[in-house]
Design a protein around this ligand. Structure first.
Ligand code: ZN
Length: 196
């Protein structure tokens, strides 16, 4: 008995923000749950690992070839919002007035860590913009050093294409992560974007 509970606790501590104490609490909670409910969590994890893939166009997470955003014909298709991670899309989507397309870089430039432009989906962004129709590229990388370097690099890379490149205005504190922005702050940041 001891072994399997310990094992579950060990596995749960792999999750971000889950220390030993929280893991213990969660493990004993799972143990007390009705079997069907507990297995539904396990099943959801299994499904996401089996079926989740990157959208071929924007690198959002999807279970299809194209994600929900790319398949949505009602969207403003003249603007692409560039973000670092797929989870950032969920945050920006909470800003109700803002329904553009996205492009996920899958990271931010960090030469020290070996994250060079080739490691990110920058070439794919340039290709998308190069196809025309895009009037504005809104860069919503995080307001920290890596995010700023990435924004500048994209601006320079897109320069020959003569597309308008804007950076979202950060009422967000410098050095932070857009994950933690509330929708009002983020809505203002999008409204107040400035040309790079
Ligand atoms: Zn997509």
């Amino acid at each position: 008995m001891h072994g399997i509970i310990e094992n579950l606790i060990d596995e749960l501590t792999r999750l971000p923000g889950i220390g030993r104490k929280s893991a213990q609490r969660l493990a004993f909670f799972i143990l007390s749950m009705p079997e069907a409910e507990a297995l539904a969590i396990a099943k959801a994890i299994e499904q996401v690992k089996e079926k989740a893939r990157f959208c071929e166009r924007c690198f959002n997470i999807t279970e299809h070839v194209l994600c929900e955003v790319c398949s949505d014909e009602s969207r403003d298709r003249s603007r692409i919002c560039v973000v670092e991670e797929p989870s950032n899309i969920l945050v920006i989507e909470r800003v109700k007035s803002f329904h553009c397309l996205y492009h996920v870089l899958l990271g931010a430039l960090s030469p020290i860590d070996g994250i060079t432009p080739e490691r990110l989906k920058i070439r794919e962004l340039v290709e998308r913009v190069g196809k025309g129709d895009i009037k504005e590229v809104i860069i919503a990388t995080n307001p920290n050093t890596k995010g700023e370097i990435t924004a500048q690099y994209i601006k320079e890379t897109l320069a020959p294409l003569k597309v308008k490149v804007t950076r979202i205005a950060y009422g967000l504190p410098m050095g932070s992560d857009i994950e933690f922005a509330d929708e009002v702050t983020l809505g203002k940041a999008l409204e107040g974007r400035r040309e790079l």
